[in-house]
Design a binder for this molecule. Structure first.
Ligand SMILES: Cc1ncc(COP(=O)(O)O)c(C=O)c1O
Ligand SMILES: Nc1c(O)cccc1C(=O)C[C@H](N)C(=O)O
Length: 417
C-alpha cells in the first residue's frame, strides 16, 4: 500500500502554490468550504465596492448614473469574455438568470432551424435546463430526446455524436455536468453538431471560472452560464449569455423588451432588435448585483484560468487519492470520472447515506453538498481553497466514516440541499 499525502505535504503544496496569495482577497475563516461550485466565496473588495456604488451612484447621482450603468451588461460581459470564456468583444452580455437566458437562446436557435423537429439533451442534465426544454418542445411541437447518461461518468461522447441526425435542430449540454463533474470536449461536440447543421447551446455554469474555455477557437455558437459559482458574483448574481458575433444578426430571442430594442430611448412604435449583443437583453439590469462581478473578476483576471485549472486538477486528485485510501473501505465509491482530463472542478462520491453524511460534515466544519440520489459533491474552488483545506475535509470525512457518525443525524428533508 502506498503512503498517502500527509497534512505536512499538503501544507508544503500551499506554500509553493502560485495562487496562494489570492486567498487573502476573499473573506475566509476556518470553514473548509468545498461548495464553490454552488456559491462562490465573497471577495474582500466586494462590500466596499457595493457600498460606494450605493452611496455615490444611487445615493447621490441617482438617475444621472444611468448613462454609465446602461453600458455595464456589455462592459462586464466583455470582461467575462476576456478573462473566462475566450470570446471576443461584443459576444457576451450579462442579463437575467441562466434559466431565462437558456430559454431565450434555445427559442432563438429553434427559430433559426425551421423544419427540424428534435432537441437533444442529457437525461441527467441540470433540472432547469430539462424543464425549459420540455416546455419549449411542448409549446412548439418539437420532440425532446433525452440521451441516457451515466450518473458517475456523464454522457458518452460517442453516443452523443451518433445521435446527431439531420432532424436535430438544437443540442443543449453542460460542459461540466452538475452532478458528477464530467467534462465534455466543447470543440469536438460543436464541430460534430455543425456537420449535421444543428446548433449547440452550452450551459457553462459549472465550467466558467474553473475550466479554461476558448469559445471563439472552439467555434461555439451559443452559451449561457451562472456567475455566482466560480465567478464569485454573489447569490443571485445575473447570468451571462454568449452568441457568436457572426450569428447575432440572424437570431431573434422571444422576449421582446425595451432593453433589446435598437435606439431604446427613441421609444419607437414597433420592436426592432438592437444590432449587437444587446438584442438579447430584456429589461432593466440589476445594477447592484451586476456590479459585484467587477471585484470578483479582478481576482480571476490576476489568477488566469490556466493556473486555476492546474490547481483545480491537483485539488481534485487529492480528494480522489484520499477517498480511495480512506473512504472506499467504508462503502464510498468515486462517482466522477477518474481521469483529470474528463473532469471539471468538482468531485462526487457515492454513498447510500450521502445526505446524512453531508449534514454530519457541516457539523464538523466542512461544507460540501448533497445531490440526489446519493452523492456527496465536493467543489474546491482554486482561487481560495488550500490543499490543507481539502486534506482536513477528507480527514474529517474519514472520521465520520469510521465512527458511522451519520447514524446520529436526522433524516428529515430540508427545502434546500
Ligand atoms: C448547470 C446549471 N444550469 C443552470 C443553473 C440554474 O441557474 P439559475 O437558477 O441561476 O437560473 C444551475 C444552478 O443552479 C446549474 O448548475
Ligand atoms: N442556485 C442555487 C440556489 O438558488 C439554491 C441552492 C443551490 C443553487 C445552486 O446553484 C445549485 C447548483 N447549480 C448545483 O449544481 O446544484
Amino acid at each position: 500500500m502506498t503512503a498517502q499525502t500527509s497534512r505536512r505535504v499538503a501544507q508544503e503544496w500551499d506554500a509553493a502554490d502560485p495562487l496562494a496569495g489570492l486567498r487573502d482577497r476573499f473573506v475566509v475563516d476556518d470553514l473548509c468550504y468545498l461548495d464553490g461550485n454552488s456559491l462562490g466565496r465573497l471577495p474582500s473588495a466586494t462590500g466596499g465596492h457595493l457600498a460606494g456604488l450605493v452611496r455615490d451612484g444611487w445615493g447621490t447621482e441617482l438617475v444621472r448614473s444611468w448613462p454609465t450603468w446602461i453600458e455595464w451588461p456589455r462592459r462586464i460581459g466583455d470582461r467575462i469574455a476576456a478573462h473566462a470564456l475566450g470570446a471576443r468583444e461584443g459576444e457576451v452580455i450579462v442579463s437575467d438568470s441562466t434559466s431565462v437566458n437558456l430559454y431565450k437562446l434555445a427559442a432563438a436557435a429553434l427559430d433559426a432551424r425551421p423544419g427540424r423537429g428534435t432537441i437533444l439533451a442529457d437525461a441527467e442534465e441540470f433540472p432547469t435546463d430539462r424543464y425549459l426544454l420540455e416546455g419549449l418542445a411542448a409549446q412548439r411541437g418539437h420532440t425532446l430526446r433525452l440521451l441516457p447518461s451515466d450518473l458517475d461518468e456523464g454522457l458518452d461522447q460517442a453516443t452523443l455524436v451518433e445521435s446527431l441526425t439531420e432532424d436535430v435542430a438544437l443540442v443543449v449540454l453542460s460542459a461540466v455536468s452538475y452532478r458528477c463533474g464530467a467534462l465534455l470536449d466543447v470543440a469536438a461536440v460543436t464541430a460534430a453538431a455543425r456537420r449535421v447543421g444543428a446548433l449547440v447551446l452550452w450551459d457553462l455554469s459549472h465550467a466558467v471560472g474553473s475550466v479554461p474555455l476558448a469559445l471563439t477557437d472552439a467555434g461555439v455558437d451559443l452559451a449561457v452560464g451562472c456567475t455566482y459559482k466560480y465567478l464569485n458574483g454573489g447569490p443571485g448574481a445575473p447570468a451571462f449569455l454568449y452568441v457568436r458575433r457572426e450569428l447575432q444578426e440572424s437570431l431573434r430571442q422571444p422576449i421582446w423588451g425595451w432593453f433589446g430594442q435598437r435606439d431604446q430611448f427613441r421609444m419607437g412604435a414597433g420592436y426592432d432588435p438592437a444590432p449587437g449583443p444587446e438584442r438579447f437583453l430584456v429589461g432593466t439590469p440589476p445594477v447592484l448585483g451586476m456590479a459585484a462581478l467587477d471585484p470578483a473578476l479582478d481576482v480571476l483576471a490576476d489568477a488566469g484560468t490556466d493556473r486555476v485549472r492546474e490547481k483545480s486538477v491537483r485539488l481534485g486528485e487529492l480528494i480522489i487519492e484520499l477517498a480511495d485510501a480512506w473512504l472506499v473501505p467504508h462503502g464510498f465509491r468515486l462517482a466522477s470520472p477518474r481521469e483529470p482530463g474528463r473532469r471539471g472542478g468538482h468531485v462526487s462520491l457515492h454513498h447510500p447515506e450521502a445526505l446524512r453524511i453531508s449534514r454530519a460534515l457541516v457539523d464538523a466544519g466542512v461544507v460540501g453538498d448533497y445531490r440526489v440520489p446519493d452523492r456527496l459533491r465536493l467543489g474546491p474552488a482554486a482561487l481560495y481553497t488550500r490543499y490543507v483545506d481539502v486534506w482536513d475535509a477528507m480527514d474529517r470525512l474519514r472520521d465520520i466514516a469510521e465512527r458511522q457518525a451519520w447514524t446520529a443525524v436526522p433524516t428529515e428533508p430540508s427545502r434546500v440541499t
